[in-house]
Design a protein around this ligand. Structure first.
Ligand code: ANZ
Length: 873
């Protein structure tokens, strides 16, 4: 008895397991993705955010970043660009070190092992990285240059050491930058931050605050990220004004964004930490003020900034003189004024500032309006502060009667400056970047402390300052780095005077390494300098930068600052590192959890998920199904809901995973993971595979000679769809609209399937050849295989993206006659598939038809689909 061949044997399915590793090896052997520094082609530098390789390996969520960038690179290669698409490891810093501590391993070997897993997985999904340029930021050959840049900033006065109250994470046992404190908690371990005064190294990012805001206008970035950077930098234009303390010599300087409200200042508030508090407090108020200051010291900054909190404060007994009207106003101390912003002292205008209003009501302080309200509100009837808008200025001496509006504030600033009462001032929220960490796993700060010469730079020929190899590297918790315990590391001669000196023992936070790594990719093996300038001139800036939105005000701000500092020293000739930035949407997975018990904290990172406690993977089986609550949450190790590319590639293949991730949603939007969706992608890939299986034997290399005679309706239809899809797909790939591009490819597949039995053979040859090229960026393994089976040589990556023929792509037009009351009045030239409604609108818009109707409204319009419009008027 004859056996039916299995689906496999018939070749019904794309045999990914055999094909994909084979092509990956061939790409590798041919060094296909190795970037050339000496190409005459225009360059395209595409970069994925510098990953820290974590122990769990890549999830299909991470692939959401890498696959789209890869499709874009492969497309740009076919469009004739010289591509740089590198990868490396952000190996230093808290994430890697914390994990190493947890596992009781040395971070060095751990990072190397994890990186090799990432590398294997990235190759497995067909990413076209140039691995010859791989970098590892924890390697001395790399951090030598991180240290070199530190000294570059130090020599330019942009790195300095200062004793400042720093953000201290008691769990990670290190100081943190402001950007690493999220809602008062450590970005790595969510432990509440404490303030500790200690000497720390800072980078003077504040010197670049204006440029960091202004130059956002020159880059193509998502609006949300630009907005977050602007808000983080927080530029506030206003004025500083001096208030004389009554009966004393001291003046109190305040910062205000609203000098136009000076006449409405009816009291002042100093931050509890303000240095003048002790000086001016009168003896009868000393006790209360002291107690209040002590209580404030125990209150977190987060709480102090919370606008909802009931206002508290104490009177100092002192008064100051309002410089505009010489009125005496009381000086209070209150914790809603922060010492770290402006001057730590404010004038209070309860009529127009909500916090001041609440404070005035709380302590029965006077309120005075300086804008006439629209609705007759008075100081007595007010229930909240009135913002800027009002009819005109009142209660303000020479300013009375000025119409409320934008010209008011400059008038006050002019007055202040003319009378030497104050000056224009722009304040920033941004603070200098705290870079030192009391941790082992980072680039050592290349400074030597000499009792005679002070802070001395390690001479360049002694770089790198190598991280000593130690058994125990856990943070000491004393506020000193573990390196401080290594006598041979610490005790060194001063490079200047040769006398005994101490090496700096803090290391740099990991964000220093990622502030310049994109430059290193242009010249990764240089051990004479950080990079050869002509190479950076050629490759940089990065044309396309792809990664998650969580770095909006950390890495992306720091890297911009370093770039500008290097630009100022003429090390590079551009001042924005990343031209186009794209943030991928998150990948969510349906995850079992339960309702929280009374008083239990949900503690889920994602704010949209409240009242839900994730079930640990080990609890899941035992927990009753009917009590489980399923939620879509970010795919991550901490939720135990990770799907790995390994599982998916084993079951469906890399090309199917690529199609699924590109197709399932717009790039920027969140994806809800679905393994059924993978099956859908797989069906499409198989359909293409079978199409080629059936038609490749008839493929004719010389189809162009025959194509002119393929004028039958089916052939024309298929060709039209083919060229239309080609036109669309090119634009879609260039603009990261992969989902609609692939949807168009799917429609094309349907059209080809519908007509393939009747189409002219030359058309089917054209379809195969063109589709293989179009699939190059999307399903690169299958596409190269199909291409080869068509008898072609080489790789699609090196082929030219096909051009569409606009004539073939054009929709055919037909002529539709228009009659008015039975008489032919016009002929409309319209696409053959025109909709009835569109045809009716066109007919009624025709000048000839309007003339025939002589201004009458049509009584009836009859459209005979695609053939005739009949108007009764
Ligand atoms: C008088 C006034 C009247 C104010 C008014 C506002 C509205 P931004 O935009 O954040 O820069 N301020 C100044 N220093 C402060 C500090 N250290 N702690 C708390 N508040 C402080 O806000 C600046 C405004 O916040 C300043 O302008 C000051 O109040 C207050 F109708 O002065 B304003």
């Amino acid at each position: 008895m004859q056996q039916t061949p299995t689906m496999e044997a018939r070749g019904d399915h794309y045999p990914f397991a055999e094909i994909e590793p084979r092509w990956q090896k061939r790409w590798d052997d041919a060094q296909l993705f190795v970037a050339r520094d000496d190409s005459p082609k225009p360059k395209f530098f595409a970069l994925d955010f510098f990953p820290y390789p974590s122990g769990a390996g890549l999830s299909v969520g991470h692939c959401r970043n890498y696959i789209p960038t890869d499709a874009a690179c492969r497309y740009m290669a076919m469009k004739g660009y010289n591509i740089l698409h590198p990868m490396g490891w952000d190996a230093f810093g808290q994430p890697a070190e914390n994990e190493a501590i947890k596992r009781g391993r040395h971070p060095r070997e751990m990072v190397e092992q994890y990186a090799s897993t990432y590398r294997r997985q990235m190759k497995m999904i067909g990413i076209s990285y140039d691995w010859t340029r791989e970098i590892n930021s924890s390697h001395p050959s790399y951090y030598k240059w991180t240290q070199w840049f530190f000294l570059y900033l130090f020599k330019r006065g942009l790195a300095y050491r200062a004793n400042a109250p720093t953000n201290w994470c008691p769990s990670c046992k290190t100081g943190l930058a402001n950007e690493e404190v999220k809602e008062g908690k450590c970005w790595r371990c969510s432990t509440p931050i404490e303030k500790r005064p200690m000497p720390q190294w800072f980078f003077k990012i504040t010197e670049y605050a204006d440029r960091l805001i202004d130059d956002l206008n020159t880059v193509n970035w998502p609006d949300g990220i630009k907005r977050m950077q602007r808000e983080w930098i927080g530029r506030s234009p206003g004025a500083e004004v001096d208030f004389q303390v009554y009966g004393r010599d001291e003046k109190i300087r305040i910062f205000t964004t609203r000098p136009d409200t000076l006449y409405g200042a009816t009291f002042m508030v100093l931050a509890p930490e303000h240095p003048l508090v002790n000086e001016i407090t009168t003896p009868d108020h000393e006790h209360a003020v002291k107690a209040y200051r002590e209580a404030a010291a125990r209150t977190s900054e987060m709480d102090r900034m919370n606008a909802e909190r009931r206002k508290t404060g104490v009177f100092t007994g002192a008064h100051s003189v309002n410089p505009m009207n010489q009125e005496l106003i009381p000086i209070w101390v209150a914790d809603y004024v922060l010492m770290g912003y402006g001057t730590g002292a404010i004038m209070c205008v309860p009529a127009h500032d909500q916090r001041d209003f609440e404070f005035a009501r709380q302590f029965d302080l006077p309120i005075r309006l300086v804008y006439k309200p629209f609705d007759g509100t008075t100081e007595a009837t007010m229930t909240q502060a009135l913002p800027h808008e009002g009819i005109e200025v009142i209660n303000s001496g020479p300013f009375n009667g000025m119409a409320a509006g934008p010209e008011v504030i400059p008038a006050y600033i002019r007055y202040l400056e003319e009378h030497h009462l104050g000056t224009e001032k722009i304040n920033f929220r941004l603070r200098d970047w705290l870079i030192s960490r009391q941790r082992y796993w980072g680039a050592p700060i290349p400074i030597i402390h000499c009792p005679k010469d002070g802070e001395v730079a390690v001479p360049e020929d002694q770089l790198p300052v190598e991280l000593p190899d130690v058994e125990r590297y856990e943070p000491s918790g004393t506020g000193e780095s573990p390196l401080a315990n290594i006598a041979s590391y610490v005790n060194v001669p001063c490079p200047k005077c040769g006398g005994p000196a101490r090496r700096e023992t803090d290391t740099m936070g990991g964000f220093a390494c990622s502030s310049w790594y994109f430059l290193r990719f242009a010249d990764p093996h240089n051990n004479v300098e950080a990079f050869l300038k002509p190479k950076v001139d050629y490759w940089l800036p990065v044309d396309l930068y792809v990664g998650g939105a969580e770095h909006a005000v950390m890495h992306l701000l720091y890297a911009r600052f370093w770039t500008k500092a290097m630009y100022d020293g003429r090390l590079i000739n551009f001042h924005e590192p990343f031209q186009t930035l794209r943030n991928q949407g998150m990948l969510l997975n349906l995850t079992p959890g339960r309702a929280p018990e009374k008083g239990e904290n949900t503690d889920v990172e994602d704010e949209s998920v409240i009242d839900w406690i994730q079930l640990k993977p080990e609890e899941r089986d035992a927990y009753p199904e009917e009590k489980k609550i399923y939620r879509w949450v970010k795919m991550s190790k901490s939720y135990g809901n990770v799907v790995t590319p390994d599982e998916m590639v084993e079951q469906f293949g890399a090309d199917v995973l690529r199609v699924y991730e590109l197709f399932v949603a717009p790039f920027e939007e969140a994806i809800q993971w679905s393994t059924q969706g993978m099956a859908g992608a797989s069906r499409w890939v198989d359909r293409i595979w079978r199409l080629f299986r059936d038609f490749t034997p008839q493929y004719d290399l010389n189809w162009r000679d025959q194509i002119g005679v393929a004028t039958d309706e089916t052939s024309m239809k298929i060709r039209r769809k083919l060229h239309q899809t080609l036109r669309k797909l090119g634009e879609d790939l260039a603009h990261f609209r992969f989902n609609v591009g692939i949807a168009a490819m799917m429609e094309l597949t349907n059209e080809v399937y519908a007509g393939k039995a009747h189409a002219h053979p030359a058309v089917m040859s054209e379809v195969l050849e063109t589709m293989a090229l179009m699939l190059g960026p999307i399903t690169p393994h299958m596409a190269d295989e199909l291409w080869e089976r068509l008898g072609k040589k080489g790789f699609l990556y090196q082929e030219t993206w096909p051009t569409f023929d606009p004539e073939v792509a054009a929709d055919p037009t037909i002529e539709v006659p228009v009659q008015v009351n039975g008489k032919l009045r016009d002929r409309l030239s319209v696409p053959s598939d025109v909709a009835d409604a569109a045809l009716e609108a066109l007919a009624l818009g025709s000048e000839k038809v309007k003339a025939a109707l002589e201004g009458r409204a049509p009584k009836k319009v009859i459209v005979v689909k695609g053939r005739l419009v009949n108007i009764v008027g």
